[in-house]
Design a protein around this ligand. Structure first.
Ligand code: PEP
Ligand code: MN
Length: 254
């Protein structure tokens, strides 16, 4: 999968890897709908220590099995520098979560790895701080970095976060790196995901990362912002029209 070309890349999947069946089912569904890569957290940065923390290494093994069955490359979060070699041995792309955007030892560790990195913007980070975080990875020798706008903290409480659409053209102007938008964490509500996804592509994003679950009401994390597969398929149909309107296309599913 090539990131940052004229072809838009769609990453989708559950917030958390919960079981082999759950991950495999949703992976088939998102691929069918047009996704190019599978997301899913095995190590979860939860606000409460009493919430589901992820399956850990067992989750990584599930992701690798599902990649073998579907052919979808996988992106999954790594939370600590000492975990980078293990997670990189399973993942095709390493996600740095919003809460870790300024964890410099972690940025240095993924900078020393050969795996592409998806760097999410911190909850209260400026665009300049996001770009400087990316520089940590780049300056440690890893040139394969994509940036991800995932909503920022504002005074607004109607949505979980506020999508900074401005960030997309600003990052495009200031950086050569591919820019992703996460409309799921940006809004925190599945009802708004499609509209914000379309806005992101209209604004010039190179890709989307979207949470999808077969049974959102039963999800162990972020069910309220997760799309059911048929809603994801509808989002893809609409995003394709927006992409064409701005002279781009979606990356074909291989
Ligand atoms: C996630 O992708 O599930 C996640 C925890 O995202 P963020 O780090 O942007 O909150
Ligand atoms: Mn999530």
């Amino acid at each position: 999968v090539t990131l940052g070309s004229n072809q838009i890349v769609l990453i989708a999947g559950p917030c958390s890897v919960e079981s082999r069946t759950q991950t495999l089912e949703v992976a088939h569904a998102i691929k069918e709908a047009g996704a190019n890569m599978l997301r899913g957290g095995a190590y979860k940065p939860r606000s409460s220590p009493y919430s589901f923390q992820g399956l850990g290494e067992a989750g990584l093994e599930i992701l690798a099995d599902v990649r073998a069955e579907t052919g979808l490359p996988i992106v999954t979060e790594v939370m600590a520098p000492e975990m980078v070699p293990l997670v990189a041995s399973f993942a095709d792309m390493l996600q740095i979560g919003a809460r870790n955007m300024q964890n410099y030892p972690l940025l240095n560790a993924v900078g020393e790895s050969q795996r592409p990195v998806l760097l999410k913007r911190g909850l209260s980070a400026t665009i300049e701080e996001l770009l400087m975080a990316a520089e940590y990875v780049l300056s440690h020798g890893n040139r394969q970095v994509a940036l991800c706008e995932r909503g920022i903290r504002t005074f607004e409480t109607a949505t979980r976060n506020t999508t900074d659409i401005n960030a997309i053209p600003v990052l495009k102007a200031q950086s050569h790196l591919p820019i992703f938008l996460d409309p799921s964490h940006s809004t925190g509500n599945w009802q708004y995901v499609g509209a914000v996804a379309r806005a992101g592509i209209a604004a010039g994003a190179d890709g989307l990362i979207v949470e999808v679950h077969m049974h959102p009401e039963r999800a162990l994390s972020d069910g309220g912002q997760s799309l059911k597969p048929e809603r994801f398929a509808e989002m893809v149909r609409q995003v394709r029209l927006i992409a064409e309107a701005v002279g781009r296309e979606l990356t074909p599913v291989s």
